[in-house]
Design a protein around this ligand. Sequence first.
Ligand code: 9D3
Length: 276
Amino acid sequence: MPFVPVLSARAMRFDLITLFPEMFAAVRDQGVSGRAHARGIWSLVTWNPRDFTTDVHRTVDDRPYGGGPGMVMLAEPLSQAVEAARAARLQAGADTPEAPAPVVLLSPAGRTHDQAGARRWADGTGAILICGRYEGIDQRFIDRCVDEEVSLGDFVLSGGELGAMVLMDSVVRLLPGVLHDAESAVQDSFNPALDGLLDSPHYTRPEVWRGDPVPEPLLSGHHARIAAWRREQSLALTAARRPELIERARAAGRLDGSDERVLEQAGRDSKPGGKG
Ligand code: 9D3
């Protein structure tokens, strides 16, 4: 019987195009992502557009045509940095000529990153991530070189670096072998195991802290009671803070009769005249 490899395991690699490569020590060297990096589960390579300039001033930006505030990043140094990253990825076997990694621009104009996106990224081989600074990037570079734009949400950052780090952190922690059982993604908010509900509250020692006790069900040692209490807490918290997630879970058939009774009661308790 011949051995037919279906998908060879390829280490994830991110190539960052950035004027501030030092920022990436945060995700490369610290915490869960840092440990996974040290173990070779993923790699991070930075490319500074400034190193691809040819003038004495190493210019990476210029004034906007048509006027207006701020500066615009030049297309040429960015494009040369992307070409260098692409060549290095092929050289390293990070991806193949048939399936090159996407070039992704972190941008407030992109599609908002979410957990479903993180799961899709975790199935790939990584990306070339472009981090913008200043007021923007020459549109001709975006049109020619960028496959996709990703935003972190509706707020203004000073550049793409923190966005890129958030994206990578959310992806790397989903890679096989990254999390211990104890920190397993299985229990996380937005994970299928919680049916897309927010997580229940957590408690540790002491049993009474400044007069506040740990909720009794958690001390009962009764596993079914503990699970039921946690489910109730998840449902009530989600209904109060993120009602659209309740709607989504219901539409996906993730709520049973017992859940619906908990929600009905939680709804009554939160109304004027209700308990609490
Ligand atoms: C408010 C300033 N904008 C119009 C005057 C332009 C603008 C330029 C550059 C806004 C943000 C940025 C830098 N932001 C990012 O590179 C960025 C970002 C963000 O600002 N919000 C959410 N996600 C992202 S991902 C990259």
